[in-house]
Design a protein around this ligand. Structure first.
Ligand code: ATP
Ligand code: MG
Length: 137
């Protein structure tokens, strides 16, 4: 069983899409092992997206991620990292395949409704950034 880290981003929470996104997660065989609703501080968002700090979209992205509540998730499944990225679809909703979360719900390349870890190393880092082991069940 592999673990990955997911976020339901502010654009999706604002449009009342938490339930629809969780339904896709559960019906695709993921176990929700950890879950919390919170609003990120600038400091948390900047630390979380540290790898992107040189990218031109960094300031806009971190501001967006703090703009409203988010849902933080620890997901478990075999090959969870790849499976969750497949279910989300491409970063840019214009490139995302039919039936993916970003195709169906994302507003733009930035307001793209969900986050998913991109490697085992980053998944472990991202889970531990927001969750302690006792919060993962
Ligand atoms: P995430 O890490 O959120 O799962 P991703 O791995 O598909 O998304 P990254 O390249 O890691 O994409 O970019 C992180 C986030 O930064 C994207 O999800 C999106 O919200 C934002 N982003 C990426 N590229 C752009 C861009 N060209 N313009 C604006 N925002 C962008
Ligand atoms: Mg990424």
């Amino acid at each position: 069983m592999e673990r990955t880290f997911a976020i339901i981003k502010p654009d999706a929470v604002e449009r009342n899409l938490i339930g629809k996104i969780l339904e896709r997660i559960e019906s695709n065989g993921f176990k929700i092992a950890g879950m919390k609703k919170t609003q990120l501080s600038q400091k948390e968002a900047k630390g979380f997206y540290y790898v992107h700090k040189e990218r031109p979209f960094f300031d806009s992205l971190t501001e967006f991620m703090c703009s409203g509540p988010v849902v933080l998730l620890v997901l478990e499944k075999e090959n969870a990292i790849t499976a969750w990225r497949d279910l989300m679809g491409a970063t840019n909703p214009e490139d995302a395949k039919e039936g993916t979360i970003r195709k169906d719900f994302a507003l733009s390349i930035e307001k793209n409704s969900t986050h998913g870890s991109d490697s085992a190393e980053n998944a472990a880092y991202e889970v531990s950034y927001f969750f302690s082991e006792t919060e993962i069940l």
